[in-house]
Design a binder for this molecule. Structure first.
Ligand SMILES: [Zn+2]
Ligand SMILES: [Zn+2]
Ligand SMILES: [Zn+2]
Length: 363
């Protein structure tokens, strides 16, 4: 995150003796004359306006926290040598705390506040009624500075529904496993056998892909490109999209607040189509037979072709002893396949779904 400065505002403090709200840069209470104490905190005023007055702005930009006189407690400007109230030596005076977030920055106008004594509407920042001089209350608090995106609580109903689906799926899985593993011994005779072996034939062919411009392999033919979002970074960059959070105000310790915004930068980069030559399956050579001697197909490759992946399939068809039904059985290897002579007798393991899960030679 990059912290961007939006501007500066004057804060305010409330006198603990008489309750009067005072402008932040004022060190003495305008109600009773008491000095602002070290423990009295600055707060965001109801109506926040960025400082435009040049002298005030220059002071705010210095952002140096005031110091409190160790003898009388009076607030003095940072760097003072002698207390402006008692003249005491300020070497080693305590600096006010700074850096606290005082709240969200609200630039929009705040409604007038009616005087509790005479009802006259007064600006939200006014501390005294302009008509009768009565003390005015601060209007309702500003919303919190950085509202955390609270995770949406998933509704109870949705949670229960998900749980129900999970339970149901588990039951189905168990039932499938139980039914699939329960088998019946079925006597049968081999009626026919079938094998098929295939070899893929490959050639270099142009294939189009898409990737970030800096990821495209050398030698590729680059096609059309378009800017797409790639990543977010904390530092600004040319052409990046700036995304900033709600501005908020930080106590500078001198009666002013620095209004800042946390920003990040969305980087868009070129994504391009590109074409490269790649080994691609263009054809397949297949050999088939109905005996127990499977062969690989004869390949006649061109000079620019090469052999691809191989595949083999062996299927045995049985007829049940009672001749009512036939079963097919997929065999994994050629060596196992060679045992299934046509006319030989076997005991099949047939599961609830009618699938053959195993075969043993009978007699
Ligand atoms: Zn006071
Ligand atoms: Zn002093
Ligand atoms: Zn009034």
């Amino acid at each position: 995150m990059t912290q961007k400065t939006v501007g500066y505002v004057e804060l305010e403090w409330t006198c603990p003796y008489c309750g009067t709200r005072n402008p932040g840069t004022q060190k003495k209470c305008s109600g009773c004359g008491a000095m602002m104490g070290e423990e009295d905190q600055f707060e965001a005023p109801a109506q926040q306006e960025l400082i435009t007055d040049e002298a005030k702005l220059a002071q705010a930009k210095r952002g140096m926290a005031d110091i409190h006189c160790p003898y009388c407690g009076t607030r003095n400007v940072a760097g003072s040598e002698k207390c402006r109230h008692c003249g005491g030596d300020l070497t080693g005076a305590v600096e006010r705390e700074k850096g606290r977030v005082v709240g969200a920055f609200r630039a929009e106008p705040v409604a007038d506040v009616p005087c509790p004594y005479c009802g006259t509407p007064n600006p939200a920042n006014a501390v005294k009624c302009k008509k009768c001089g009565g003390a005015l209350q601060k209007p309702a608090e500003a919303p919190p500075a950085k509202p955390a995106a609270a995770p949406k609580p998933r509704s109870r109903v949705a949670g229960l529904a998900i749980a129900a689906v999970v339970v149901l799926m588990s039951i189905c899985a168990v039932a499938y496993f139980v039914l699939g593993s329960r088998t019946t011994d079925t006597p049968a005779v081999v009626q026919s056998v079938m094998w098929e072996r295939s070899v893929a034939i490959m050639e270099q062919r142009p294939v189009t892909h898409e990737d970030w411009e800096d990821q495209i392999p050398a030698g590729a033919v680059v096609g059309s490109c378009s800017k797409e979002f790639r990543r977010t970074q904390s530092e600004p960059a040319p052409g990046a999209e700036e995304v900033c959070g709600t501005p908020y105000t930080i106590d500078q310790g001198d009666g002013t607040g620095k209004v800042v915004q946390d920003c990040e930068y969305r980087i868009y980069e070129n994504k391009c189509e590109y074409t490269v030559n790649e080994w691609t399956v263009v054809d397949e050579a297949v050999a088939q037979g109905n005996d127990l001697n499977p062969q690989w197909p004869n390949l006649s490759l061109w000079s620019d072709q090469r052999e691809g992946s191989r595949a083999e399939e062996y299927v045995v068809t049985f007829r049940a002893d009672d001749k009512a039904e036939t079963y097919t059985y997929d065999v994994d290897s050629a060596s196992e396949f060679s045992r299934f002579d046509v006319g030989s007798y076997w005991t099949l393991k047939v599961n609830t779904f009618g699938d053959v899960t195993g075969a043993e030679a009978a007699r």
